[in-house]
Design a binder for this molecule. Structure first.
Ligand code: B12
Ligand code: SF4
Length: 493
């Protein structure tokens, strides 16, 4: 069967800092190819809607599947599904991905028949079964499938992460994928899931708090297939089990693979497993993202990070000693006033790390979605991108954005300003010689993307699809089981 898989357009964050390959969709594509389907992949981070229509007309897919990892992409995907239905009425249209999995019912309602079904959870096992069941009235009994008539049992977890290596050959214009100075940059996955349970995060609820690892050989083999010199590791928390990191490293050395890497991890994991990070520093790991989230004990407790400010600062020390370039994230609460922003600015300027500021946003699938007692000020999916305030702001909205953008601007200039650029001049020159301009162009884009006028204006756009606000506020707090997409290992269908 001819199948077209589509990743939606970039969000605000991706307009400047990065654009990365749709790894989840590439894995689903590989699983479909293994089942004998003829698959194409179109990434709208790179291509436009006109290209999509052209692909529909020329490839004439029997099925189209949209990826919906990000809530902010919901309206675009719904509009595309509706347009596809009217252009090709007989095409089977479905969607899946992280965010879609938590809001299947409301998506089907919004789509009004334009979506034949949704895939809840991982796609590798479900998508081939789903295509097999097209036309079968029992489609709604397939594990992981949700239709307007019913829902199958929880999806089957992929037990072997080596089984469907990403179909990178299906992504076109790959040189457009980059993150900061890692330009161009591919992505890879060593592990899936997270055993922690932070209240603002849905990574653990999606995977039923499971944690799976690729084999060391499989992970290294996948890296060996990558043509790009740089790799973004998508794992939620890298190197939780140091022996796994060492084993992959040894396989990399054995194969003589030499690349530069970027990964994300927790501060306590870095403190505990310092040796494996030191080893990877020698293998080419240069950049790391640490989810700091808050500077004070109270803020960390609120997010249930299960880490202390002491451990956070110790991790920063270790990362500096090991010579990593570190980016950290602080969650700005809409309740912040000018003083709080000023404190964060002052701290951020006093440390060598790259500091990012995102806005506290309750997401479906997280615990805070159900427990946040403040009322949402917007039900516009597009604003749920951690760059907009969807909870009441203490400052007038405009003043909040002015403070946010001012702070982000100060932090941005710190690491992307002229002084910093002088340090990166060699890298930039080498990129330009190879015709890689993503990073250089991102330097000039910042102020046209981040502006209080744009953010305030975004709130004034007419809302075509309204989100369903959370219905219950259980007390004292919801249990994991109520939140999970996949049930913990061994319990899935
Ligand atoms: C890597 C990653 C990124 C990469 C994205 C790369 C890309 N182009 O997709 C980068 C760094 C760019 C990124 C950025 C952001 N991210 Co992010 N990211 C992740 C992360 C850690 C892993 C995603 C991943 O690649 N997983 C591995 C692959 C194999 O899995 P997958 O993509 O989920 O795909 C599987 C299933 O979802 C499903 N599936 C996916 N698509 C489809 C399609 C079909 C048809 C089917 C059947 C199935 C299916 O099958 C796949 C295989 O099992 C997730 C957390 C998580 N654990 O999911 C957060 C996460 C998705 N990100 C999140 C956020 C908030 C952001 C940002 C908005 C944050 C910011 N700093 O501003 C930005 C904006 C992104 C943007 N588009 O501009 C949130 C999403 C919140 C939400 N509900 O919308 C998550 C859940 C993190 C969190 N803990 O809250 N992110
Ligand atoms: S924020 Fe990080 S550590 Fe916390 S649950 Fe999400 S992925 Fe795990």
């Amino acid at each position: 069967m001819r199948v077209l898989l589509v990743h939606p357009s970039p969000l605000m964050y991706s307009e400047v800092y990065l654009k990365l390959e749709p790894l989840g969709l590439e894995r689903v594509a590989q699983a479909l190819r293994a089942a004998g389907h003829d698959v194409r992949l179109l990434d709208l981070q790179i291509f436009g809607h006109r290209d999509y229509v052209r692909e529909l007309d020329t490839f004439r897919p029997r099925a189209v599947g949209f990826s919906l990892n990000y809530l902010a992409n919901v309206p675009e995907v719904l509009d595309l599904a509706v347009a596809t239905r009217s252009r090709r009425p007989d095409t089977f249209i479905f969607a899946g991905g992280h965010s879609a999995s938590f809001i299947t019912g409301e998506l089907l309602e919004h789509a009004g028949g334009a979506l034949d079904c949704l895939v809840r959870g991982e796609g590798e096992i479900t998508a081939p079964r789903l295509l097999e069941a097209i036309g079968d009235p029992r489609l709604d009994t397939v594990p992981g499938v949700v239709t307007r008539t019913g829902a199958g049992p929880a999806a089957t977890l992929l037990e072997d992460l080596d089984r469907f290596p990403p179909a990178r050959d299906l992504t076109r214009h790959r040189r457009r994928y980059f993150i900061g100075v890692l330009d161009p940059c591919a992505s890879a996955e060593f592990t899936r899931g997270c055993p922690w349970d932070c209240s603002f995060c849905s990574a653990w609820t999606f995977y039923g708090r499971s944690y799976r690892k690729a084999s060391a050989e499989g992970a290294a083999e996948d890296l060996a297939r990558i043509a790009e010199p740089n790799v973004f590791l998508v794992d939620d928390v890298a190197f939780i089990h140091p022996e796994h990191g060492f084993a992959i490293g040894r396989e990399i050395e054995r194969r003589g693979i030499r690349k530069e890497y970027y990964l994300e991890t927790r501060c306590d994991v870095l403190v505990r497993n310092r040796e494996v990070f030191a080893y990877w520093r020698r293998l080419g790991l240069l950049y790391m993202f640490l989810g700091l989230e808050a500077l004070d004990e109270e803020g960390l407790k609120l997010h249930r990070k299960r880490v202390t400010p002491g451990e956070n600062f110790q991790a920063l020390e270790i990362a500096r000693e090991l010579g990593f370039t570190v980016a950290v994230n602080i969650i700005a609460d809409p309740d912040w006033d000018e003083r709080r922003f000023a404190i964060v600015r002052e701290w951020a300027l006093s440390v060598p790390e790259i500091v990012h500021l995102t806005v506290n946003t309750p997401y479906p699938g997280t615990e805070s979605w159900l427990t946040e007692s403040r009322r949402l000020t917007s039900l516009d999916y597009r604003l749920f991108d951690v760059q907009h305030a969807v909870l009441p702001t203490r400052l007038p909205l405009r003043a909040f954005y002015e403070e946010l953008v001012k702070t982000q601007g100060v932090l941005n200039r710190k690491h992307l300003g002229l002084a910093a650029l002088r340090g990166a001049a060699g890298i930039v020159a080498r990129q330009l010689m190879r015709g890689q301009t993503n990073f250089v162009r991102s330097l000039w884009k910042w102020s046209s993307v981040y502006h209080p006028d744009r953010q305030c204006g975004d709130h004034a756009r007419p809302v075509k699809y309204s989100m369903k606000p959370p219905a219950i506020v259980p007390s004292p707090r919801p249990q994991g089981r109520q939140l999970y997409v996949h049930q913990p290992m061994g319990r899935s269908a």
